[in-house]
Structures are given as C-alpha cells and as structure tokens.
Design a protein around this ligand. Structure first.
Ligand code: GDP
Length: 534
C-alpha cells in the first residue's frame, strides 16, 4: 500500500523552523494501560499525515495497528516499531511506537533514544506497573521529560492524591497536575483546568467513537452543577498548590517534575488536552551532540542515526528496514548519504514512513522525523548517516538483559555460518552476545531484555544464515558490571558466572537480586554495578 504524500512533495522548508514545529515522543506504559486506545484517540483528534488508515475509533476497530503487530508476531518475525505522524495546530507530532507486550525487548528501550519526550500512561486502578517503571528508568537516565496521563478515570480506581504520592515516591518526580478530576475514579464528571480554574465537563458519547464534546464553564456554573464533587476537586487542587505542585517548565524539561493529566482514552476524554500539552510543553528537537562532544546545529547538512532495524518483513527478499531519526538538515528522498562507520554511500530511493501495515513514500523530512529506509542490510544499530563533511553520533546504549541462554549450532559442520550469524545478530542488536574462555566460541551466551529476542534470533539463524541453533536457558536473571580484579572471586561463588560483552564490559551473571545482596554482604567492596544503560 504505497501512496506519495502530496503535502510533502513541495519545496523543502528550512530545518530550524521545521524542527521548532515538531514534537517527537513515545508512550511508555504497561500492557493494557490503554496505549493502543490512546494512539487511536490521538489520531482521531489530530490529522494523521502518515495514513494510519486502519487506526479507527473504537467502533470501527477491525484491523488496528496493534493487530498488525500481532500478525507479525504470529509469523515469528520481528515487530514493527514505527512512527505515527500527526498534525495538530501548526505542529507535526511524531509518535514513535514502543512495542511492549510479549514482544517487550531491547528495541522497546532503544526507541527511547529517538524521542525528545515521553507520555507515561498509567491505569488509574493499577498505578505504576513493572514495565512502566522499567521504561521510566530509561527515560530518567536519558533525561527525557515526561508527561503523565492517568487513564481509565471512567472506571473505579485509586484516589487521585494517592496516585500523586505514588508517582512522587516511585519516580522521584514531582507531579504537577495541569488538570484535576471532578468526581472520583468511576464517576468521571470532568476536570478543573488548574491554570484558569475553569471546569471542563465530560459528556460521554456512545462507545467513545467520536470526539467527546467538551463543555467549558466558569467555577460558579461548575459549583452549581456538580455540588460537592466540585468543592472537593477545588480543595484538593488548592492543597496541591500549597504543596508546590505547580507546573514549572524548567523543572519539567530538567526531569524534576512531571505534568499530570486525567483522561479516559476509550471515551476520548482528555485527549485534546494532552495534544495541547504536547504542543505547548514538550520540547522541540534540539541539536544532538556528536562523538566529539559538539552539538550539531539543526541547520547543518543532513544527519541521522539508526535506532531500529527490522528484518524479515518479506522473508523472500531478506528485506531489511532501518529506521532513522533525523538530527539535522533536510532529508529529501533519493539523496545519497554517507554511512559514517564505513564511509560508504547509501541511496535513499525507497525512504518510507510506516505505521502498522501502511507504508508511504517520504519525500521530505526534517529534524525530529523518523524515516524507514529499505534495503538497509549494511546498516547497523547506532549508525550515523550524513551528507556533507563526516559526523558521527555516539553509539546507542545497551540495556540490562534479564534473560540468558547458551546458543549451540545444531549442525557442528556449519560452524562458519553459525559464527557469521551470531556476529551479525550481535551487530544488529538483536541479542547481546556474552563470551567467556570457559564456554568457548562455539557456545556463547545470548542475553536479552525480553524472551521474544531469542525467538527472533533462533528464526533468523535458521532461515537467514542456514545455521539452526539450540538454545539452553540459563538460570540467571540479573547482569551486573564488574572489574577484572573481581572476576576470580565472583566466578568462585555459587551460581555466578563472569562473561565479556562486545563493548568491553565485564558482566557478572547472577540468579537474582537476593544473590547480588548476599555477595555484597560477604564482600563489602565487590564491584557489582547496576546496568541501566551504558
Ligand atoms: P494497551 O495494551 O496499553 O495497548 O491497551 P489497550 O489500548 O489495548 O487497552 C486495554 C483495555 O483497556 C482495552 O479493553 C481498552 O478498551 C481498555 N481501555 C483503554 N482505555 C480505557 C479507558 O480510558 N477507560 C476504560 N474503561 N477502558 C479503557
């Protein structure tokens, strides 16, 4: 399904102005918090540029974007992680998808290297859940500002002040609600806009298929209509003000506070407010720092980095799609750029934008935009592409693996293919490869953030490299950074193994946190540092 985007086919804009009108963000959440529903609601309220043709309101939810991902999963190939591009007011919003169900993997984390802000979507009845916290930790480490959305307020849930305490305690961020709910969770009547004091009444529509009508009224009218619920909301809002929970743009951008909104995505309520917050508060793309520590101006010649590789979309053609995030300059389809790592040219004839099953050709793109490049088998995760004089951005971080398995070739006669495949998967970031003298080159340890990565590795070793592997799971659940000096001591401990990663990190693998603590007790000076990201 290919269609040229006409509105993008005209003369190119200048990159600084175009960047100022862009917001590139991801939604971080636990499965079932409502990410797909929110994505659809955003597409309903804003105009989709990439034709997210199958993104509907709930009523028409037949073949949605997420269903497409499930199909890919069923076929045992890697999961699409792409961008939904929307325009709202005069701004282009790039929503970069963070695949995150059974397919939760290092890719999910890597997407966060390509965004400038994140929406932390929280289920009102569940609060902050495991996967949300993991993704949050990566955002915090990278200094990505976070807007929090408390979703499903139309259903019974926690007390809003309790939720604020939970956010403060678990994330260390100061929650600064922009809106405050009128009516407890499950009796969602509307919100107080905390800056203007206005009431926005929530009018349910059948199934939430359409944009929910918003009725704005003065505090006086609200008090008359909602009675006690209004009084409580106002009092709570004043309480928040007294405790300093007011939005401050610098604190938000500095990762100290998080603006909070209340919503019911399935009913399309609070979605427009979120779009406004993205336009008004989320940061526009800014100059990215290169390996020399120099910030590359937005109007420098084109540059971008690869944050996601997707293989096997079409197994017959060994198609490889590389997703790049543009950092500077203007991208024009057809331009020939340079791969910084090799100095080789790369032709961008088939640049695409993709979300779910829809692919459309991209003609022009700007800093902050995400573009998919076809025929990208020579590109690797973290590669820089550029026009003009050489520039190289820092390598992408690797993330703390939690799943470990020994890989062995089923057919020992195909060792060459085995080695080539493992090296390639390592270079692409499909799995991390850990080695030790003890295990030898024929039986490296594969490590992953999510077990789905193993399935992808297995499938590709068989189909692409002709070297089927057998994976033997290992009972480790934690990797910690250590030093050569500590390696002998740690290796001698029960249930611990020391291995080397390609980036030179020496990792100690341990069964669980409990074992980490018991070793720390026995060896108070031991080096066992957590690996958030390197
Ligand atoms: P995802 O796994 O995060 O993508 O979550 P989905 O968008 O698939 O939503 C999970 C379930 O929660 C679905 O049954 C949705 O209909 C439901 N859901 C999502 N948002 C809301 C909401 O605001 N209110 C209610 N009541 N249900 C919601």
């Amino acid at each position: 399904m290919q269609h040229v985007l006409e509105q993008q086919a005209g003369a190119a804009d200048e990159p600084v102005g175009a960047a100022a009108r862009r917001r590139t963000f991801a939604v971080i959440s636990h499965p079932d918090a409502g990410k797909s529903t929110l994505t659809e609601a955003l597409a309903l309220h804003a105009r989709a540029i990439t034709k997210a043709g199958h993104v509907h309101g709930k009523a028409g939810r037949n073949a949605t974007v997420s269903d497409w991902m499930e199909m890919e999963q069923a076929r045992g190939i890697s999961i699409s992680s792409a961008v939904l591009q929307l325009t709202y007011r005069d701004t282009v919003l790039n929503l970069v998808d963070t695949p995150g169900h059974a397919d939760f993997s290092e890719d999910t984390y890597r997407v966060l290297t390509a965004v400038d802000a994140a929406i932390m979507l929280v289920d009102a009845s569940k609060g902050l859940e495991v996967q949300t916290m993991k993704l949050f930790a990566v955002c915090k480490h990278r200094g990505i500002p976070i807007i929090t959305v408390i979703n499903k307020w139309d259903r019974p849930g926690k007390d809003p002040l309790e939720l604020m305490d939970e956010i403060a305690e678990r994330t260390g961020l100061t929650p600064t609600p922009l809106s405050w709910p009128v009516g407890i969770a499950g009796d969602f009547r509307g919100v107080v806009e905390r800056d203007s004091g206005e009431y926005v009444a929530f009018t349910p529509t059948a199934g939430g298929a359409q944009i929910a009508p918003e009725e704005r009224m003065s505090p006086g009218a609200a008090a008359a209509r909602e009675g006690d619920a209004w009084t409580v909301a106002r009092e709570e809002s004043q309480l928040l003000a007294a405790s300093g929970a007011e939005h401050d743009q610098e604190m938000f951008l500095g990762g100290i506070s998080t603006p909070v909104l209340f919503a019911a995505a399935v009913r399309n309520f609070g979605v427009r407010r979120l779009l406004d917050a993205l336009v008004e508060l989320a940061p526009a793309p800014s100059p990215r720092t290169d390996r020399q520590g120099e910030a590359r101006p937005l109007d420098a010649p084109f540059s971008a980095f690869v944050f996601k590789l997707q293989a096997g979309m079409d197994t017959a053609h060994r198609d490889r799609l590389a997703y790049i995030r543009i950092c500077s300059g203007v991208f024009e389809r057809g331009m020939v750029v340079t791969t910084a790592r090799t100095g080789r040219p790369f032709a961008t004839k088939y640049a695409q934008q993709a979300f779910g099953r829809d692919r459309s050709l991209v003609e022009v793109a700007y800093p902050g935009d995400v573009v998919g490049l076809v025929n990208a088998s020579n590109l690797r995760i973290g590669d820089t592409l550029h026009a003009g004089p050489p520039v190289q951005f820092p390598a992408l971080p690797t993330f703390a693996p939690e799943h470990f398995a020994v890989a062995r070739g089923v057919d020992t006669g195909r060792y060459k293919q085995f080695r080539r495949g493992i090296t390639q998967l390592e270079a692409e970031g499909v799995v991390q490869v850990l080695r030790s003298d003890l295990r030898g080159e024929q039986a490296p340890v594969l490590a992953a953030v999510g077990p789905m990565q193993f399935e992808v590795a297995e499938g590709r070793m068989r189909a692409e490299f002709g070297a089927p592997i057998h994976l033997e799971p290992l009972g480790y659940g934690v990797a910690r950074r250590t030093t050569p000096a500590w390696a002998p001591t740690l290796s001698a401990e029960w249930g611990v193994e020391v291995v080397l990663r390609e980036d030179g990190e020496l990792l100690a693998l341990l069964p669980d946190q409990w074992r980490v603590r018991s070793i720390q007790r026995n060896h108070p000076d031991v080096v066992l540092e957590p690996l958030v990201a390197t």
